[in-house]
Design a protein around this ligand. Structure first.
Ligand SMILES: [Zn+2]
Length: 326
C-alpha cells in the first residue's frame, strides 16, 4: 500500500458571531481582553473538533484570535506602530502597520496559540506564520532605507518564531506569502527572504502564495526554499496544474492543491473534486500530494466551510479506496 493524499486546510475558518461581537466590545472598552481570549479558545476548540470529526489529517487552528494576518504579528512586535484607518481596495478600511524602528520580537508571538490547539488533539496542528515579504508589503516603511531591507529583517524575525514553534514540537510550519501573487516580478526577493525563514529547520515547511499568474516565474516558484507549495487550483478549474506538464516539480518537493474555491458559496461536488485530484495525479504521485481548500475559509459561512471540507474528505476517501492508498 502506498500512502498519500494527506488532507488539511490553509489556515482560517469563519469566526462565530460571539467572537465578532466580543472583539467590538473589547475595542469599545466594554469587555476585558481576557474574556475575549476565553471565547477565542472556545472557538478554536470547536474547529479542532470539527476537523477531527471530518477525519482531516493535518489540522489548523482556524485563526480565531487574528483580526488581520499582518496586523496580528506586527501588533506583537517591536518596531511597528499601527496607523489609523487606511482605505484598501473597494470600501474596506483597515489599520496598517508602520515600521518606525528596528523590527523584532520580545517574546514568541504565535507559540501559545499553537500549543493550545495542539494540546487539544492527537493529530498534528500546522503552525502558520505570515511571511516576511507579505509583512513588509502590507506595511508602511518609515525606518529602513529600502523595502528589501525591511523584508530581510522581517525574515530574521519570522525565522526566530519558526525555530520556537519547531522546538515546541510543530511538525508542519506554513509561511503565508499572499502578497507574492500580486507581484510575481519580486519572487526573487520573496524567495531569498523565505530562505532565511526556513534555514536549518527540520519541520516540514510550506508556503501558501494565493492565486496569481506565475507563468513568468515558474522556475523561481518551484525553487522556493520550502518542502511544499500550497497553490489555489480549484478556482482556475485546475488549469494551473498544466504548468507541471512542461515544468515537472522537482522530486524533493510536495504540492498542496486547492480543491474548493474559497470565494464562492457553492460547495463543490465530490465528483468535481475527484476529477481535479486525478488531474494532479497525472503529474505527481499521491505521496507528494496534499489536498486542501484553495485558501483560508474565513469569508465563508460556517455551513459552507464545513460543506466544502466534508466533500473534500469524501472525494479523498473514495479516491484512496480506488487507488489502494492507505
Ligand atoms: Zn490564498
Amino acid at each position: 500500500m502506498t500512502q498519500g493524499l494527506i488532507t488539511t486546510a490553509v489556515g482560517s475558518y469563519p469566526k462565530p458571531d460571539y467572537i465578532l461581537r466580543a472583539r467590538n466590545q473589547v475595542a469599545q472598552g466594554r469587555m476585558e481582553a481576557a474574556e475575549l481570549h476565553k471565547l477565542e479558545e472556545q472557538a478554536t476548540e470547536h474547529w479542532i473538533r470539527v476537523q477531527e470529526e471530518l477525519d482531516m489529517d493535518v489540522l489548523v487552528d482556524g485563526e480565531m484570535y487574528r483580526g488581520d494576518m499582518v496586523t496580528y504579528f506586527s501588533e506583537h512586535m517591536e518596531g511597528f506602530r499601527i496607523s489609523g484607518l487606511v482605505r484598501s481596495y473597494g470600501n474596506r478600511y483597515y489599520r496598517k502597520p508602520i515600521a518606525v524602528g528596528p523590527v523584532g520580537r520580545t517574546s514568541p508571538i504565535s507559540l501559545d496559540w499553537w500549543k493550545y490547539s495542539q494540546g487539544l488533539t492527537e493529530r498534528p496542528v500546522k503552525a502558520m506564520l505570515t511571511g516576511p515579504y507579505t509583512m513588509a508589503d502590507w506595511s508602511f516603511n518609515e525606518y529602513y532605507p529600502t523595502f528589501a531591507d525591511l523584508v530581510m529583517e522581517m525574515a530574521r524575525v519570522v525565522h526566530e518564531e519558526a525555530v520556537d514553534l519547531q522546538r515546541a514540537g510543530a511538525k508542519y510550519i506554513q509561511v503565508d506569502e499572499p502578497a507574492v501573487s500580486t507581484r510575481p516580478e519580486e519572487m526573487e526577493l520573496a524567495s531569498r527572504a523565505l530562505g532565511v525563514v526556513t534555514e536549518g529547520l527540520d519541520a516540514f515547511t510550506i508556503t501558501h502564495v494565493c492565486y496569481g499568474d506565475f507563468s513568468a516565474v515558474y522556475d523561481e516558484l518551484v525553487n522556493m526554499p520550502v518542502d511544499m507549495f500550497d497553490l489555489e487550483t480549484a478556482n482556475s478549474n485546475y488549469d494551473l496544474l498544466d504548468m507541471f506538464r512542461e515544468h515537472p516539480l522537482p522530486e524533493s518537493k510536495y504540492l498542496s492543491m486547492g480543491v474548493s474555491d474559497s470565494h464562492t458559496h457553492l460547495v463543490e461536488p465530490v465528483e468535481d473534486i475527484k476529477a481535479g485530484i486525478r488531474r494532479a495525479l497525472e503529474y505527481l504521485p499521491p505521496h507528494r500530494l496534499f489536498i486542501a481548500p484553495d485558501c483560508g475559509l474565513k469569508t465563508r459561512k460556517e455551513d459552507e466551510a464545513i460543506g466544502k471540507l466534508r466533500n473534500q474528505q469524501q472525494a479523498v476517501s473514495e479516491l484512496k479506496a480506488e487507488l489502494g492508498i492507505a
